[in-house]
Write a protein that binds this ligand. Sequence first.
Ligand SMILES: Nc1ncnc2c1ncn2[C@@H]1O[C@H](COP(=O)(O)OP(=O)(O)O)[C@@H](O)[C@H]1O
Ligand SMILES: [Mg+2]
Length: 353
Amino acid sequence: MQPSDDDDDVANLMGKFGAKADRYREIEVARVFTETPAPPPAAPQPPASTPIEPASPPLVQADAVAPGKTTTPSLRTLLHDLARQRQAQVTQPHQEPHVAAQVIAVVSTRGGVGRSTLASLLAILLNGADRQAIVLELDPQNAQHQHLGIGPQTSGICQASLERHSWRELAQTGYANTRLLAFGESDSKQLHALEQELKDNPHWLAQHLDELGLGEHDTLIIDTPAGTNVYQDQALCMANLIIAVIRPDAASHATLERLIASLKPHLQGERHTACWFVINGVDTSHALSVDIAQILENQLKSQLLGTVIWDDAIAEALAYECNPFEQSAESRGCQDILAIADKLHDQLESQRP
Ligand SMILES: Nc1ncnc2c1ncn2[C@@H]1O[C@H](COP(=O)(O)OP(=O)(O)O)[C@@H](O)[C@H]1O
Ligand SMILES: [Mg+2]
């Protein structure tokens, strides 16, 4: 091999240092490069517990998280949350729509106390030539159709809301020309989606009521599920009048203070919401039931709208699918409810603008 120019350069240079060219060794620059070495490639992530849920790195080091604290939600969850918030902003006007109708929310702490019974019977009695009563069933029980003598309702406000349809065409006619907006049938997936919508949009009910175009001569009675829940929250936010139903028993007495405290925040708004109590189902054949009813009446005083005895005519009317005011209007229970409806009618008239 012929010596190259490079070999001569090396020989000359080595000669200057008194060394021989054959002692020369090429040095690999990369080996002596002294800058901080690049970090080793990240260790492979352990597989996520669910294959569809990609694991996202925690925002803080794992050892900085206090034991027992939840980890950061996955990116997928965060993206879904963001999309939901945007959707809520789109459908949510800056101002809550104004509803001209008088809105009554029927609530209770416990189930089976007679909310649906009172909602339907008061609607029957308040409905008249000058005033349309509408029952809105904001309760997945979907039982109100039975109270108002309408066939089972498959579709209702649940499905319509999820499919983004208006509630305008949904109302069915019940006893005494009352109108019912039934909840309709639902499965757990639909309920989950609907309840999330109610949580995300505090004006959800106001917007749907706006679609109905209710006037000041309409009375909307909202039947709600027992206890604190998203349906009750929405109903309470729209109500001019709250009717809290209690049973004359030890359990209702024990939870009365809690019920009053939970309703209080809803009485302080611009709506000037009034709250009244109904003691329902006094068993006149049991001294304890009568005595507890007496104690509750003393406690509630002017907050009491009325007391209704346990009347088989009311229970039978539901069982035999008839309007109790057509079958047994003279019964004591029906008379108690008539007295409550009279008082309510006067209250609604006094609240009219
Ligand atoms: N005052 C009453 N007298 C007789 N039966 C009643 C009375 N109030 C309610 N009921 C009956 O009690 C049961 C539960 O009433 P319901 O209105 O469905 O309760 P809720 O809606 O609070 O769960 C129904 O069978 C109903 O007919
Ligand atoms: Mg009910």
